[in-house]
Design a binder for this molecule. Structure first.
Ligand code: ARG
Ligand code: ZN
Length: 849
């Protein structure tokens, strides 16, 4: 367990830094294998520190020279950095180091991607650039000079000088080292500008390689929308004259909010109708917004230490969710967020990797950029908002910004701002931050003499290191419907704070139908025994769009479990109710597309596991396919009508309205293809003038074992576009039959275009392998072996991406003895590898514990 690893860092051991930094000057002499970094750092003793131990982080640095106040010194080089007898007064530390960006395959620190130089410093990458107190509670203004012959030289803040072979930058806003960034390359800009609410003109650029200049317009529009939205909704204005975004092909995650110089995985910026799908466009819009919003929630107010990561990430995800809702559709966004939470965060929370939203210890912080920190962190912000109301929320946020601007703070500071702004005591609510696990809320109902009584009981199962759980504060949004479908009690938020609590609704003339946890008001699992009829009623009548969708989802899940566990046939009643709902032209097509999506195979596996049975991924897949086929058969006419009548005509637009129609027609297409063959999909493929239509048609064909010709044509058409080729690689693995999945992935790994050192390409194939549940868990164990082989190959080069992808194995304890034995063997093989990275060894260690 992590607790026994000598490298474990604990929240409780936090101490303030011994020295603070007044100002930093950095000079970079760029060279692929021998970049020189000269630093000049002004330190002063921290009055709040307990000692004067002068330690600077530093890893993989060749120290050339060091000076204190101009006099040469020989620091003691220790594990992870250097030590020095430092004055008990202000002083200047200078160092010259040499680093090797070209051989930096971990993509952390300063590295090269396609000939350009770029950086990724969060969380602890700056220490691979120079010796520095690389911790977020040390904030300073940065001067940066870059010397290179490359045409574009960028860093944080504003450009202050430029000449032949150099550029100088100054960022006046004190920042922690994790927000430092540098880019140098042969790049071109898609330029624009934005005028802030107070009239400041900000120059905006999206920097890309020349070939990608036609794919920047959408990201730029998204940036401008984000800037405006943050002014209107949060009163937050941008604070520099310049905002740069750079697209990088080799990147471990989505993007990074470096002050004034956001660096993006190219997949999170570049889009054109021909190369990107509607889902890509939406994701790009959300990530652009997310990184931009960090300027206030993360940069101006940052984290004291990495245990507080959710302080910036949970809040910023919540903000980007609000933004997407405002730009598109709130109900659909809520459904999508709930699906993600259930499929990824509940999975994490209910397995060996469960951890609190604010963890108490870690070995490698990169392993804690998780769905729990991000998505559950966002859910907590949403619950807070629901509990204090919209006005209270705005007051609390204003106070938080006003009080903590320029500071590095904690979750306690965040909650205190809410307490002070609203007068509410949040001591029990704070448990959401330190208690791991998904609460179960059990529902009991009673009706007598006009009074409906709802009894809610909460319970959270044990998680690693936390056996006993206390009750949390759960906002449960409830509405009541009359049997005729009218709403008799509008949505009301019940606060469940005890282990068990009853809530009475009086003065009712008939027994109502309850709609509970409306809008998915808390990240919990609701245990509510409801009849088939009640669910069908809610699917038809609930006025809350989330719960309307949820009722259909419950019916689908129940029906699928009966098919898998009891050998039942497809539930015709469900299929008919679904047919009614998707035919309702009053409903948004995007929403109806969500109704047609069945619970995922992994989610079903977890549900079966919770009934006390080991899930069989092969049987789950077969049942889900059988239900899809039954839907397609029984609703054939409805689906073909939807397909015909909702086609988008006219030029492609990524706007929500058209995207929703395409989502609906493509959901119909994938079902219809199962029972009516590939002609419709082939026709769509031929006619497609955008990637959404093209890839949906190809996917539908591959699932029925056709599409060979289209697959070839696709490769010919797109071989020069890496982002599109990632789709080509991934789709084949995702659509493969269970027994062929591993072989398909293996064959693709031999394809000449399989560049395994590029994280996007690696994930395209092996992420898809892990995501194809029946294929990955095929009883042969071939999927497990193949993934483990490749993770072992990648680990020495890129520990961060490797460690993240080990999560494919995290559910192993759910399965039967044979599968468990096979997976355990692979986990042990990984754990036993010579020189395994700290990242990966922490992950497999936690899974084996
Ligand atoms: N702060 C970035 C974002 O969410 C992500 C950085 C991820 N860093 C990491 N080491 N995993 O916007
Ligand atoms: Zn973030």
């Amino acid at each position: 367990m992590t607790q026994h690893d000598p490298r474990t860092v604990f929240l409780r051991d936090y101490t303030p830094p011994a020295y603070l930094v007044e100002e930093v000057r950095l000079t970079f002499r760029l060279a692929p294998h021998a970049t020189r970094v000269l630093s000049e750092i002004q330190f002063r003793p921290n009055p709040d520190a307990a000692d004067r131990d002068f330690f600077l982080h530093g890893e993989q640095l060749k120290l050339i020279s060091a000076h204190v106040d101009g006099a040469p010194v020989t620091p003691e080089l220790v594990e992870g950095g250097l030590r020095l007898d430092a004055p008990d007064a202000a002083f200047t530390f200078e160092a010259e180091v040499e680093i090797d960006p070209e051989n930096n395959t971990a993509l952390e620190g300063l590295y090269r991607s396609n000939g350009m130089y770029c950086t990724q410093c969060e969380a602890e990458g700056f220490r691979k650039i120079t010796f520095y107190p690389d911790r977020p509670d040390v904030m300073a203004p940065f001067h940066v000079r870059i010397e290179s012959d490359l045409p574009v030289l960028l860093s944080n803040g504003n450009e202050v000088a430029r000449g032949e072979g150099f550029a100088e930058w100054y960022d006046p806003w004190p920042k922690p080292s994790y927000l430092f960034a540098l880019v140098a390359g042969d790049l071109v800009a898609h330029a624009d500008s934005f005028t802030t609410q107070s009239g400041r003109e900000v120059a905006l650029n999206v920097w890309v390689r020349e070939a990608d200049i036609d794919k920047c317009a959408f990201a730029m529009e998204a940036l401008k929308k984000s800037m405006k939205w943050d002014e209107e909704v949060y009163g937050r204005e941008y604070d520099l004259d310049l905002f740069n975004i750079v697209a990088v092909d080799d990147f471990n995650m989505g993007a990074m909010e470096n002050k004034g110089l956001n660096i993006f995985n190219s997949s999170a910026v570049l889009a054109s109708p021909e190369t990107a799908t509607d889902a890509d466009f939406e994701r790009i819009e959300a990530i652009i917004a997310h990184e931009y919003f960090h300027n206030w929630t993360g940069n101006r107010v940052t984290c004291r230490d990495w245990f507080q990561l959710c302080l910036k990430e949970g809040l910023t995800v919540f903000r980007d969710q609000q933004f997407t809702g405002d730009m598109r559709s709130h109900p659909v966004k809520r459904i999508d967020d709930a699906m993600l939470l259930r499929s990824a965060q509940f999975r994490e929370d209910n397995g060996p990797l469960a951890h609190p939203v604010r963890p108490e210890s870690f070995v490698e912080i990169n392993n804690f950029y998780t769905v729990t920190v991000y998505e559950k962190g966002a859910e907590i912000v949403g619950m807070l908002k629901r509990l204090v109301g919209d006005e209270g929320y705005r007051k609390a946020l204003d106070l938080y910004f006003e009080r903590h601007d320029g500071q590095a703070v904690t979750i306690e500071d965040w909650l205190k701002a809410f307490e002070d702004a609203t007068g509410r005591d949040l001591s029990q609510f704070a448990r959401w931050y330190h208690q791991a696990g998904t609460p179960r809320v059990h529902v009991a109902e009673d009706y007598a003499d006009g009074t409906y009584t709802l009894t809610l009981r909460q319970e959270t199962p044990p998680t690693p290191g936390q056996d006993d759980k206390a009750p949390v504060v759960i906002p449960v949004a409830v509405g009541l419907l009359n049997p005729n479908g009218d709403e008799v009690v509008a949505t009301r938020v019940l606060e469940l704070s005890e282990a068990e609590q009853s809530f009475a609704f009086e003065g009712l003339s008939t027994r109502p139908v309850a709609s509970i946890l409306r809008g998915f008001s808390a990240p919990v699992i609701l245990r509510h025994e409801q009849s088939h009829e009640t669910r069908a009623f809610l699917l038809a009548h609930d006025t809350d769009p989330f719960n309307k969708w949820e009722a259909g989802r419950d019916l689908a899940r129940t029906g699928l479990l009966a098919m898998i566990l009891d050998g039942a046939g497809p539930d015709a009643g469900y299929v008919d109710a679904l047919g009614q709902a998707v035919s309702d032209e009053a409903l948004d097509p995007a929403f109806r597309a969500r109704l047609l999506a069945l619970p995922g195979e992994d989610e079903l596996a977890q549900a079966i596991f919770e009934t006390g049975t080991a899930p069989d991924p092969t049987a789950i897949h077969a049942a889900r396919e059988a239900l899809r086929r039954a839907i397609a058969e029984r609703l054939g006419d409805t689906l073909s009508r939807l397909y015909e009548t909702h086609q988008v005509t006219g030029p492609y637009s990524p706007e929500a309205k058209d995207a929703g129609r395409r989502a609906l027609t493509n959901a119909a297409l994938s079902l219809l293809t199962l029972t009516q063959g590939g002609d419709r999909a082939r026709a769509q493929y031929r006619a497609a003038d955008n990637m959404t239509q093209q890839i949906a048609a190809l996917g539908a064909l591959l699932v029925i074992g056709e599409g060979e010709a289209e697959l070839k044509a696709f490769e010919e058409q797109w071989h020069h576009e890496r982002l599109v080729m990632n789709k080509w690689f991934g789709l084949q693995v995702a659509a493969a039959r269970p027994e062929e999945t591993a072989a398909t992935a293996e064959a693709l790994s031999r394809h000449p275009a399989f560049d395994w050192k590029n994280p996007n390409r690696f994930r395209a194939v092996f992420g898809a392998l892990a995501g194809n549940a029946a294929g990955f868990h095929d009883p042969s164990g071939a999927g497990y072996r193949l993934l483990a082989d490749w993770l072992l190959k990648l680990d020495p080069l890129n520990p961060q991406t490797t460690a993240r992808m080990t999560q494919a194995f995290s559910t192993w304890k759910r399965y039967d003895e044979d599968r468990k034995r096979l997976i355990r063997a692979e986990l042990e093989r990984i754990a036993g590898a010579q020189g395994l990275s700290r990242d990966t060894s922490e992950m497999v260690g936690r899974m084996l514990a």
